[in-house]
Design a binder for this molecule. Structure first.
Ligand code: ADP
Ligand code: MG
Length: 398
């Protein structure tokens, strides 16, 4: 349909001028939740959630369906009341303020555009509600339409626009009211893959350009990683981890996070022993059923307790198997195990090697540069040894 028009969107170009002072929204505000709980009858959707979202950042609430992301967002926006606890925008508790008085805007999953109004009228609507005078209204709508690259569609109806364009109208409609915080609930989920990747670049660009606080709900890991300054990983109404994308990637705080962000190799076992390892960390020896000892770094728990460790697929090294390497590791410098290659997937510059441990049949994943894989001259079905440093192996207490 209008895909080619979207490619030439001015937001996507580096030469986009900064918005004039007139279009800059009120200063961004931070958001905080203090011991917030939300119950729907007997269902606890959010349990005792405490969270700080600094002003001007892009924050994603990430987690599987039903974990409470939308509920958390709607309590911030004022579309849902808290059962207990406090919601703060800036330094002000907004528990008793209706959505329209919170200086926030919400962009809904289905865009919620008025089908019979033109694009211009759709965007103008919020300003009319705010009783903004005619002349200023005209200027602000024109300006925001230009910013999202849709001036030429002003007189069209929503159904005459592509999905990506409608998404931009929804964004313009939210931004034109100059919110301090913009909330987005799965804003890209209705778009096809290509468009989704392009639109998330545009969202990020607009967030930076305006310096606004964006809080986005998503269940899409890659989306959260590519957009966020801060990711809040949620699980069953609780926060599992708040971290930057790179922290989340290198230091998942729980087995749930390690699994949810995908591709981590996770080993469950029992803590055998631990020794101090610097920086307040311990070097922990875990007994993994069928595999033997693995060494990981983190904050140890009592010997005998169930725990796990994980290692990223890119931090393994793969070697042709020798007789020695089939023995379990005895040196903390390197964890070693024997595995068989089950599948090799060349995805471009990176090759994904799926394996199973010969001892237990546990599936593992190793990724490496295709050029390095080719040097190894390995094939499916071959037995290899996998090695990784204890320092790259994250201890997961729960
Ligand atoms: P997410 O956005 O992460 O998918 P939600 O916040 O929509 O999750 O839902 C969290 C939990 O609260 C789910 O168990 C859901 O069924 C429940 N829930 C959400 N809204 C309502 C409601 N209006 N009434 C009853 N239960 C609800
Ligand atoms: Mg939701």
């Amino acid at each position: 349909m209008a895909v080619s028009a979207e490619r030439s969107s001015p937001i996507a170009s580096q030469t986009q001028p900064s918005p004039s002072p007139n279009s800059v929204p009120a200063a961004a505000a931070g958001v905080a939740l203090r011991s917030v709980t939300k119950k729907y009858g007997t269902v606890t959707a959010i349990e005792n959630m405490t969270l700080d979202i600094p002003a001007g950042i892009y924050c994603c609430l990430l987690g599987p369906s039903g974990c409470g992301k939308t509920t958390a967002l709607r309590m911030i926006s004022g579309h849902e009341a808290v059962t207990s606890g406090q919601v703060l925008i800036g330094d002000r508790c907004v528990n008793d303020l209706p959505a329209a008085k919170r200086n926030t805007a919400m962009m809904f999953q289905n865009y919620a555009l008025f089908p019979h109004k033109t694009i211009w009228q759709n965007i103008e609507f919020g300003l009319k509600m705010q009783r903004v005078a005619n002349g200023e209204r005209r200027d602000r709508v024109a300006e925001i339409l230009e910013l999202v690259g849709l001036s030429h569609t002003a007189e069209r109806k929503p159904h005459q626009l592509s999905g990506g364009q409608q998404q931009r109208v929804a964004l313009a409609r939210a931004l034109v009211t100059r919110p301090q915080v913009l909330m987005l609930d799965e804003p890209l989920s209705a778009l096809d893959e290509n468009l989704r990747v392009r639109m998330r670049g545009e969202l990020r660009k607009i967030q930076k350009q305006f310096g606004l606080t964006f809080i986005q709900v998503t269940h899409h890991v890659e989306e959260a990683f590519s957009l966020s300054d801060q990711i809040v990983v949620m699980n069953h109404g609780l926060i599992d981890q708040v971290a930057t994308p790179s922290q989340l990637f290198s230091q998942p705080a729980s087995q749930f996070v390690a699994k949810f962000i995908g591709d981590n190799n996770i080993f469950s076992g029992k803590v055998l022993s631990s020794t101090p390892h610097g920086d307040g960390n311990d070097l922990i020896r875990l007994d993994v059923d069928g595999i033997g000892s693995l060494y990981a770094v983190g904050n140890s728990t009592q010997p005998g307790t169930d725990a796990a460790c994980c290692v990223r697929p890119d931090l393994l090294t793969l070697e042709k198997s020798s007789a020695d390497s089939s023995l379990p590791s005895s040196s903390p410098a390197a964890n070693t195990l024997t595995a068989r290659i089950t599948q090799v997937e060349l995805t471009g510059f990176v090759t994904r090697v799926a394996l199973i441990t010969t001892a237990t049949g546990q599936p593992l994943l190793h990724t490496l540069r295709t050029v390095d894989f080719e040097k190894l001259a390995l094939q499916e079905g071959q037995t290899v040894s996998l090695k990784w440093s204890a320092n790259d192996c994250v201890f997961l207490a729960h």
